[in-house]
Structure formats: C-alpha cells, structure tokens
Design a protein around this ligand. Structure first.
Ligand SMILES: [Zn+2]
Length: 82
C-alpha cells in the first residue's frame, strides 16, 4: 500500500498518473481518513479558486469575489479545526 507521503505528493502535484497509481491512491483514500481530508480540502481550494478566476474574468463586482473568498477560507478553517 502507498504511504501517506506518496499520496499527498501525487494528489498535490496534479500530475498525470498511471491507472495503477490511480487505483492505489483510491484504495489508500478509502482506508486513510487523513489523506481523504487533505484531498477534500485541496479540492475545496481548487474549486474556490476556479470560481474566483471565472468571476474575475467575467468582471463581476469585487464584493462578490470577497464573499466567495471568505466562504472558501471559512470552510477550510472549519475543516482543519475538526
Ligand atoms: Zn494516508
């Protein structure tokens, strides 16, 4: 089984991985709640930033951008305090 360090490295790098690696990571995530939480937080951040970028591209009002930014940070903070 993969070690947490290896999973974190692969998940964070967003690199192309083989099918076998994908399966190994999935299995690890099923069994390891620490890595699962880490991946969830990472996704949360990624989604938040994607939304921010989209908003900025659509030149929405800065207030809305601040609201979303705050929401994402709140969620991340809440999860890391659990
Ligand atoms: Zn792990």
């Amino acid at each position: 089984m993969l070690k947490c360090k290896e999973v974190v490295k692969v998940v964070s790098a967003d690199q192309r991985i083989s099918l076998m690696q994908k399966i190994e990571i999935k299995l690890h995530l099923i069994m390891c709640r620490h890595c699962r939480r880490y991946q969830q937080q990472l996704n949360l951040l990624k989604n938040g930033f994607v939304r921010l970028l989209k908003l900025k591209y659509n030149s929405a009002d800065p207030q809305k951008i601040d609201q979303i930014e705050k929401k994402v940070l709140d969620k991340v903070n809440k999860r890391s305090n659990q």
